[in-house]
Design a protein around this ligand. Structure first.
Ligand SMILES: N[C@@H](CCC(=O)N[C@@H](CS)C(=O)NCC(=O)O)C(=O)O
Length: 236
C-alpha cells in the first residue's frame, strides 16, 4: 500500500489509499510507521483503533485480511491473535493497549487521571461485554439460538444498563472527559454490531429499548463529522 499524494490527502481518501492526511502532521516528521492488521470488516477489536487514528489524522497502513487468510496471518502474530499494531516494525498486541496508544496520539484520551480511569473502565467493560457476545460466534442452529437468547436475557441487559448509567452519570453526552474519547468510539462499534441486524436472535431494537441513551449516543457519534466521513470513504 502506498501513501496517497497531496491532492488525495483529505478525509475522502479511498480505501486503497488509506495512508492519508497525517503525512502533514508532526507524526510524519517523527517517521513513525504504523501498520494495523485485522479482519476486513467494520467492527471488532481493531475498528475503534482505525477510527481513532483516522480522527487524529495519523497515517497508518490499514492491513485488512479475509477470514480465510487468518490461519496464515495468525502464524505471523505474537499470540496467534489480532489485532496487531506494528510500530516501526515492532509488533504490539492487545487491542485496548493499542487503542489507548492511538487515543493518546490522536488527542482522544483524557489527560486527567480520573477521567482516564472512567475512559478505561468503559473500555474494559466493553471488552467483557464483547467476550460474552463472542461466546455465541461459530454456533449454528439450536445452539446458536440458545446462546443468543441467554445473551439477550442476561449479559446484554446488564452491560447495556451499565453503559447507560455510566453515560448519564458523567454528563450524558460522552463517557469521559466531557468530550469525544476512545471510550465513545469503542461503544459505537459495540452498539453498531448489536443494531446491525447481522446478529441472529438479537433483536435490532434491543439497544434502543434497553438503553435509549446509549443508542442515541451511538447515533450521535456516528454522525460526528470525522466518523461519518470515515465510513463515507468506504462507499466511494
Ligand atoms: N486480548 C486480546 C484478544 C485478541 C483476540 O482474541 N482476537 C481475536 C480476534 S477479535 C482472535 O485473534 N482470535 C483468535 C484466537 O484467539 O485464536 C486483545 O484484546 O487484543
Amino acid at each position: 500500500m502506498t501513501a496517497c499524494d497531496d491532492n488525495m490527502c483529505d478525509l475522502e481518501c479511498p480505501p486503497a489509499a488509506r495512508l492519508c492526511r497525517a503525512q502533514h502532521t508532526s507524526s510524519y516528521f517523527t517517521m513513525t510507521t504504523l501498520k494495523l492488521t485485522y479482519f476486513d470488516f467494520h467492527g471488532g477489536r481493531a475498528e475503534p483503533v482505525r477510527l481513532a487514528l483516522h480522527l487524529g489524522g495519523i497515517a497508518f497502513e490499514d492491513h485488512r485480511f479475509a477470514g480465510t487468510d487468518f490461519p496464515a496471518i495468525r502464524k505471523t502474530t505474537p499470540l496467534g491473535q489480532v489485532p496487531v499494531l506494528e510500530i516501526n516494525g515492532v509488533k504490539v498486541t492487545q487491542s485496548d493497549a493499542i487503542l489507548r496508544y492511538a487515543g493518546k496520539r490522536a488527542g482522544l484520551y483524557p489527560t486527567d487521571e480520573f477521567q482516564a480511569l472512567l475512559c478505561d473502565e468503559v473500555l474494559a467493560g466493553l471488552e467483557d461485554a464483547g467476550l460474552q457476545v463472542g461466546k455465541s460466534f461459530g454456533l449454528t442452529g439450536d445452539a446458536l439460538k440458545v446462546a443468543r437468547t441467554e445473551l439477550v436475557n442476561g449479559p446484554l441487559p446488564k452491560y447495556l444498563g451499565w453503559l447507560q448509567h455510566q453515560l448519564q452519570a458523567h454528563g450524558g453526552s460522552y463517557f469521559a472527559d466531557g468530550r469525544l474519547t476512545i471510550a465513545d468510539l469503542k461503544a459505537l462499534v459495540f452498539v453498531r454490531n448489536l443494531t446491525s441486524g447481522q446478529m441472529e436472535h438479537v433483536p435490532k431494537d434491543l439497544v434502543e429499548r434497553l438503553a435509549p441513551a446509549v443508542h442515541a449516543h451511538a447515533q450521535r457519534i456516528a454522525e460526528t463529522t470525522g466518523v461519518a466521513q470515515y465510513y463515507a470513504g468506504f462507499k466511494a
